[in-house]
Design a protein around this ligand. Structure first.
Ligand code: PEP
Ligand code: MG
Length: 572
């Protein structure tokens, strides 16, 4: 059966191809010791390697300038400077002279110590620079060992590249005509490899983790870098569907690009806000490039997973500030930590639960782990002065949770002001409608918050009591289920009755045939993966809102998701 993996979208898009697994060509870690008499020779070896690595980096820099542009070429200029940095060179020399390490061991240790120091600064910028130092290390070691620079050139013209991580120099040698997607176990979205992958335009997912080992060389792999999912070895039927999606993706991309700067508005002048979902501050750029009028969901959990300790207040502040400033004056809705369930984190001693989706996740976890929650709220509130912040709480089931979360938010605000920090005056606070309980009590919740955002990914699983990841229950995972639609309709009606905006940030918001129905229900905002925005905009701009309202009345009479889907497809 096809397997699925989750990752962080770095460059949105779709890619279908055969897996090419790239392995590191570095030597095994050994402590190579020398005799005092060999010091001179090792120093010379090292100096020659530095010179050779400089020449190879200069070549890569020139190639980058041609392929990606001057700004991207500067990445390699910076690496050249790192390679010639006297403090690094001195450290290697010391390790050879004083500690009697061979040139290979000394270079490796010096670069890795330098990288570890940068990583320990807990700042995403320095963490990304640490990756550059490791890239410099790889250049040096390859020159010392006489092995040529690794060229991931061993791929055919329908490849999906799979690797633990890629160095910027690896990326620059990729041919976007041949490599349809890149999937990495590690990788920071601010890394230079990520920046280059975006510049070259290859759909990319990072942060897949150990699950990457499930991809074998030559496997057929479908990468959906819009929603962050990889499908490995689909069955025949799925393969046909994925192939059709990939073809359509390529054709439509060209047509929709023209809509970017036009407003989200129906034919009869009803404004529909089209916003982006992001999982890192850097993705704000994709949202803007795709024509987003703001961010409707910033999933902050990616800041917290794949690491050994929670990010500090300052590290979080830097990320939130970056997203808010990039989007200003547009709104950025940042969701407080949503982990537990399918998104465990190693440094929290969560009790193992038989059914984690019904356990301590999202707001429930934050209310239990208040130190973690307060740190995030402090960072958010401190960032609020840099743009148009909205805060949103996930998985609210009962009004007490909302009240408690708001109380904590209020107390954090007072605390910050007492400490002399500036905090924006009015920060809208929203509730994600992800549980049937929240949808049913929308009339109460609406009186105590500023907006709703419907999270259909969870709302569907909780309404139909079917795990969102279960392969066997796809018929119960349909957001067009009549019961789900009724909960959505009711949430919108109640939200509007109490004068608040209602948006949707679950995957349903980006499904073209669902958009007319949701506009007909009165949905104010749609937030989706940036790459889906152009299509959504074309649907909205070809829609008559009055006709859409009638559509909802008609759909209400239908009894199954399939009937509803057929009806909507016919009317698109
Ligand atoms: C949702 O549940 O619809 C949602 C947007 O949240 P997530 O997918 O992150 O659980
Ligand atoms: Mg959810």
């Amino acid at each position: 059966m096809a397997q699925r993996l989750k990752g962080i979208p770095v460059m949105p898009g779709l890619g279908l191809g055969y897996a090419v697994i790239l392995k590191s060509t570095l030597p095994p870690e050994i402590d190579e010791r020398i005799l005092p008499g060999d010091v001179g020779e090792e120093l010379k070896k090292f100096q020659d390697a530095v010179n050779q690595a400089c020449r190879s980096l200069e070549q890569i820099r020139d190639e980058a300038a041609k392929k990606a542009g001057d700004q991207e070429a500067a990445i390699f200029e910076a690496q050249l400077l790192m390679l010639q940095d006297p403090s690094l060179l001195d450290l290697v020399e010391q390790k050879i002279r004083r500690d009697l390490f061979g040139a290979i061991s000394a270079s490796r240790q010096a670069c890795e110590e330098n990288a570890a120091m940068l990583s320990s600064l807990e700042d995403p910028y320095f963490a990304a620079r640490a990756r550059d130092v490791l890239d410099v290390r790889d250049h040096l070691l390859r020159c010392l060992m006489g092995t040529p620079l690794q060229k991931p050139g061993d791929y055919s013209d329908r490849s999906v590249l799979v690797a633990d991580d890629l160095a910027p120099s690896d990326v620059i040698s990729l041919d976007p005509e041949k490599v349809r997607a890149v999937v990495l176990a590690q990788g920071g979205t601010t890394s230079h490899a990520a920046i280059l992958l975006k510049a070259i335009g290859i759909p990319t997912l990072m942060g897949i983790g150990v699950g990457l080992e499930r991809i074998g060389s030559g496997d057929l792999v479908f990468v959906d870098a819009n929603i962050g999912e990889v499908t490995i070895n689909p069955d025949d039927q799925t393969e046909m569907e994925l192939k059709a999606r990939f073809r359509a993706f390529k054709e439509e991309k060209q047509v929709l690009a023209a809509l970017k700067d036009l407003p989200g508005e129906t034919l009869d002048g009803i404004k529909v806000e089209l916003l982006g979902n992001i999982g890192s501050a850097e993705e704000a750029k994709f949202a803007l490039d795709a024509g987003a009028e703001g961010i409707g969901l910033f999933r902050t959990e990616f800041l917290f997973i794949n690491r050994q300790a929670a990010p500090s207040e300052d590290a979080q502040l830097a990320v939130y500030k970056q997203a808010l400033s990039a989007m200003a004056p547009h709104p950025v809705t940042i969701r407080t930590l949503d982990v537990g369930g399918d998104k465990p984190i190693p440094y929290l001693t969560l009790v193992e639960e038989i059914n984690p989706f019904l356990g301590v996740r999202a707001i429930r976890l934050c209310l239990q782990e208040q130190a973690l929650f307060r740190t995030q709220l402090r960072a958010l509130l401190r960032a609020s002065v840099y743009g148009n912040l909205q805060i949103m709480f996930p998985m609210i089931a009962v009004i007490e949770e909302l009240r408690q979360a708001k109380e904590i938010l209020h107390s954090v605000k007072e605390e910050l002001r007492a400490e002399g920090f500036k905090v924006a005056e009015a920060i809208p606070v929203g509730v994600m409608i992800e549980t049937p309980a929240a949808a049913v009590s929308a009339h109460f919740l609406a009186q105590e918050c500023d907006f709703f955002s419907i999270g259909t990914n969870d709302l569907v699983q909780y309404t139909n009591a079917a795990d969102r990841g279960s392969q066997a229950l796809t018929y119960l995972q349909d957001p067009l289920s009549p019961s789900v639609l009724r909960l959505i309709g009711q949430t919108i009606t109640q939200g509007h009755k109490h004068g608040i905006k209602v948006g949707m940030c679950g995957e349903m918001a980006g499904i073209p045939e669902a958009i007319p129905l949701l506009v007909g229900m009165g949905m104010d905002e749609f937030s989706m993966a940036p790459a889906l925005l152009p299509k959504a905009k074309s649907v909205v701009r070809n829609l008559d809102a009055k006709k859409a309202a009638l559509l909802w009345q008609e759909v209400k009479q239908l009894k199954t998701a399939q009937e509803i889907r057929d009806y909507l497809q016919a009317s698109l």
